[in-house]
Design a protein around this ligand. Structure first.
Ligand SMILES: Nc1ncnc2c1ncn2[C@@H]1O[C@H](COP(=O)(O)OP(=O)(O)OP(=O)(O)O)[C@@H](O)[C@H]1O
Ligand SMILES: O=P(O)(O)O[C@H]1[C@H](O)[C@@H](O)[C@H](OP(=O)(O)O)[C@@H](OP(=O)(O)O)[C@H]1O
Ligand SMILES: [Mg+2]
Ligand SMILES: [Mg+2]
Length: 371
């Protein structure tokens, strides 16, 4: 059990589907060997009565859950809540989710000139049906067809993933607000999914919607519905044909250093530790990257080496906790403490006890977070 014999206890609160994909025996075993125990939180009982946990990870929604986290934190001030519900909430709205990207500035270093630029596609939010037929949206400088219509709310429901690619005003009139209209950008049919786990940033390639030439667009009308396309082996007919003829293996990955800068910047700006973001490369510009989506606690089991990436994340947390426990007594870890961490696998030779200072310190702003 948690906090026994120098072990580090991680309580998890996840929906059954997420639990089934995330809590793999390979992860549980790797963590166990490194002194970390994953413990399921019983959602039928008050969180504050459970544990002890050194850390709680969760993907649950609602005020009641938030209240429970607060109560747990007030009774267990040294425990970490990953992540704070207020920070996660920003990702439940497709406008606030991308605002953070627009505000982000990443430092360029010498030699970084060619690495690229980033931003978000042009988008607007429409709250009322009348807004969908407002011609001023389609004037010069505003949106251009085709657009992707995305439900404003991104709360994990199947409904929130129902998208449509809209080719004309007639089809637009059939949509149900509140909805985000985002300009469709040709991107070579490949999307980059960037997984962030604390400091680690891992980028993978996935299939996406095909490009549409101006010639083809001239003949297209109406709209095409789709859902979670990057998780499918293509259901849409057009899409199937397209992939028969293309090889996404050939698509070049974005520069890792550049993607890391964006990932770390987003982590800092959002205060989130567990998320991924979708990036497309604008074919018109070459090295212009657009962030189109950010997801809290994504499908990590689909990320290469997910077990070791997550194990390192929890081990870092365990080391920090150990270090914090020593602050004010002995700034340098005592031999006894080091022995304990070495035996639990979380401390290796060469570590000097100087743990990285987290950029996410915001205890004064927020009573739950403690990094
Ligand atoms: N602006 C855009 N231009 C081109 N393609 C886009 C654009 N926005 C979304 N797409 C395509 O639509 C897919 C779904 O969009 P988005 O990622 O916003 O939806 P989602 O349901 O939140 O996805 P996820 O399953 O990752 O949560 C993307 O993976 C990409 O293939
Ligand atoms: O169920 P919601 O809350 O909508 O979250 C989804 C995310 O939106 C997706 O991004 C996850 O898939 P990816 O990890 O392939 O992005 C997807 O991963 P999963 O289907 O493997 O759980 C979900 O995490
Ligand atoms: Mg997405
Ligand atoms: Mg999403």
């Amino acid at each position: 059990m948690a906090e026994t014999a120098g072990r580090f206890g991680v309580g998890y609160a996840l929906m059954p589907k997420k639990q089934a994909s995330f809590i793999q025996p390979s992860l549980v075993e790797m963590l166990r060997e490194r002194g970390i125990d994953l413990v399921k939180i019983d959602m039928e009982r008050p969180l504050a009565d459970q544990g002890p946990f050194d850390c709680v990870i969760h993907k649950m929604y609602g005020e009641e859950w938030r209240r429970q986290l607060e109560e747990f934190k007030s009774r267990n001030p040294s425990a970490r809540i990953v992540d704070h519900p207020d920070d996660i909430r920003r990702l439940h709205n497709r406008i606030s989710m991308l605002q953070v990207v627009e505000e982000l500035r990443v430092e360029k270093e010498d030699g970084d000139e060619d690495e690229g630029t980033f931003g978000v596609p042009k988008q607007i939010v429409v709250y009322e049906e009348e807004g969908l037929v407002d011609r001023s949206l389609w004037e010069e400088g505003s949106l251009k067809f085709p657009v992707i219509a995305k439900p404003l709310v991104a709360d994990g429901s199947a409904k929130s993933h129902k998208m449509s690619l809209v080719f004309d005003v007639v089809a637009l009139g059939k949509l149900k607000p509140p909805i985000v209209l985002q300009e469709f950008v040709n991107h070579g049919g490949v999307i980059f999914k960037v997984y962030v786990v604390g400091e680690r940033v891992v980028c993978v390639k996935r299939k996406s919607l095909p490009d549409y030439s101006d010639e083809k667009l001239g003949s297209l009308q109406g709209s095409m519905s789709f859902s979670q396309i990057s998780n499918l082996t293509a259901h849409v007919k057009d899409h199937e044909k397209y992939y028969e003829s293309m090889d996404s293996e050939e698509t070049e990955m974005p520069p890792q250093k550049f993607i890391e800068k964006i990932g770390r910047g987003l982590r800092k700006a959002t205060h989130l530790n567990l998320f991924n973001f979708d990036v497309i490369r604008d074919v018109r510009v070459g090295n212009r990257y657009l962030v189109i989506d950010i997801n809290y606690f994504p499908g990590y089991a689909k990320m290469p080496s997910y077990e070791s990436v997550l194990t390192d994340f929890f081990c870092d947390m365990a080391k920090k906790k150990e270090k914090n426990a020593n602050v004010g007594f002995d700034a340098v870890l005592s031999d006894k403490k080091i022995m304990k961490l070495v035996s639990s696998g979380c401390y290796s030779e060469g570590d000097d006890g100087a743990l990285p200072v987290s950029p996410l310190k915001r205890e004064d702003e927020n009573p739950i977070i403690q990094v």
